[in-house]
Design a protein around this ligand. Sequence first.
Ligand code: PEP
Length: 251
Amino acid sequence: MVRTGLVAGNWKMNGSLEQNQALLTAVVAGIRSLDRVNCAVCVPFPYLAQAQVLLNQTHLAWGAQNLSQYTHGAYTGEVSASMLVDFGVQFVIVGHSERRALFGESDQLVAEKFKTAQTAKLIPILCVGETLTQREANETESVIAGQLEAVIELNGVQALANAVIAYEPVWAIGTGKTATPQQAQDVHVFIRDKIATRDNQIAANVRIIYGGSVKADNARELFAMPDIDGGLIGGASLVADDFVSICKAAQ
Ligand code: PEP
């Protein structure tokens, strides 16, 4: 892997103070010896304070799963970028397919959230990916190009120098169906080439990670592909041994 790998857990709406304590303690112990991969967990907002206390000065970074596009004000229920910064957050997921599909987040809104995150010096993990219907209709590339272009239009291609892209085929998320290493590699190359039409250097350096039913037993073959720089891990990030094995596979 030419770029430093990144394995980020997406806990989604799971966890409790007690469960998190056990999970984080075990993950921190398990990844102690890894020095060629960055590891992170994106936890629900209420647990950011716990993550900050438990993970400070460890090899495990922490992040959030969403943020508001607004900086402050009368937006009941929203969480701002500066609030995340207050809790030592490094990464924030933007445009996860569950937010796009279940909470109506458009490409434009995702681009705005990306901007708000970067303005606060957070590293956005920008999720892109096609549904099964779109893949079967041969629309994978056009869908992903649209998701990417919206972010580049608003933020400029330079913004990708401080961001991570996660390719997450919607049909592979939480379904147990993983893209084959070659299927994922092909889309990662498409994304990198698309960015290269604007800036070669940024395209070569940006980390593009894969998400969609990555497990301890398929991580190694996915991460062995030249353009797959790690993973965004849902279900398997809730099991310490599995998440540690996946981190090790990216080393
Ligand atoms: C995700 O939620 O980003 C994800 C990839 O989930 P899973 O690994 O469970 O498919």
